[in-house]
Design a protein around this ligand. Structure first.
Ligand SMILES: [Zn+2]
Length: 150
């Protein structure tokens, strides 16, 4: 008769694998994920080499990513220039106005068009969006005139 153990994640009784009698988690996928997560956390706390490796991996990933964007911008100067102009336009338009912040929950598939619905707005003071004041407003689109450059 095998000794049954109590899983450290779900608390269910389970029979440890005879090859790993110290097994503390049952074999269900969520409990195995919990085991790995805890193992990872434990490693981060107590294993400086592991932490170092993780940091390096993260950094390597980031610099690869940065390279990607750096190259993209380098190879698409139009994109950069266009973007800068658009941002400049937007800044000019937004000064002293309110911006409707698209709530993703309204239009999960279309973040480009303004649709009737509830929006969260916050005032722009100078070029800084005020973080304090937020209103939920209802916007009803009565007519729509596309901008020439869109
Ligand atoms: Zn379990």
């Amino acid at each position: 008769m095998m000794d049954t153990k109590c899983c450290a994640a779900c608390g269910q009784k389970f029979e440890p694998n005879p090859h790993s009698p110290r097994q503390a988690y049952c074999s269900s996928p969520p409990c195995q994920r919990t085991r790995k997560r805890r193992w990872h956390k434990e490693k981060l706390l107590h294993d400086p080499d592991y932490v170092d490796n993780q940091a390096r991996a993260q950094q390597a990933w980031c610099s690869r990513h940065a390279d990607y964007w750096g190259n993209y911008r380098g190879e698409h100067p139009d994109y950069v220039e266009q973007n800068r102009e658009k941002q400049h336009d937007r800044n000019a338009k937004n000064r002293g106005k309110v911006i409707a912040k698209m709530d993703a929950s309204n239009n999960p598939n279309d973040s480009l068009g303004l649709h009737s619905g509830l929006y969260q707005i916050s005032p722009v003071r100078g070029s800084v969006i005020a973080k304090m004041d937020l209103w939920i407003v209802e916007i009803r689109v009565l007519s729509h005139f596309p901008m020439p450059d869109q």
